[in-house]
Design a protein around this ligand. Structure first.
Ligand SMILES: O=C(CO)COP(=O)(O)O
Length: 122
């Protein structure tokens, strides 16, 4: 079964997400990873030349959709580059997603250094 990785980045972190994906393109392609993303992160990911399943944008429920998939056992890793310097109207959804990852023991990286370690271990 293809491993599914959810990728999410706040606006201030989207460039870092694209950079991270580019730096790890070989691993992602050789391991045939299925990427799934919140709406705008997904659009940027497509522009960078990756295939990605796009859900709703974060503020209108994308984080909640990813959390539901984690709870259902459909996602094996979450890479979520949060912007700690910005406020988010959907903060409850963000915390809910992180909590659900902990409830289900799903690896969650919230910065590129951790994501690099996780992706090398997949
Ligand atoms: O808001 C987000 C995560 O909390 C990300 O959503 P977008 O990828 O749609 O910008």
């Amino acid at each position: 079964m293809k491993k599914k990785i959810a990728i999410i980045a706040h606006n201030g972190k989207k460039a870092e997400m694209v950079q991270f994906l580019n730096e790890n393109r070989e691993i992602l392609q050789s391991k045939a990873i299925h990427l799934i993303a919140t709406g705008t992160t997904g659009a940027k990911t497509e522009t960078a030349g990756f295939e990605v399943e796009k859900l709703l944008s974060g503020p209108i429920g994308g984080d909640a959709q990813i959390a539901a998939k984690v709870a259902e056992g459909q996602i094996q890793m979450v890479i979520f580059f949060r912007d700690p310097m910005d406020k988010h109207p959907h903060e409850p959804d963000i915390f809910m997603l992180m909590r659900i990852c902990d409830v289900h023991n799903i690896p969650l990286a919230t910065n590129p250094a951790t994501a690099k370690l996780l992706i090398q271990g997949i």
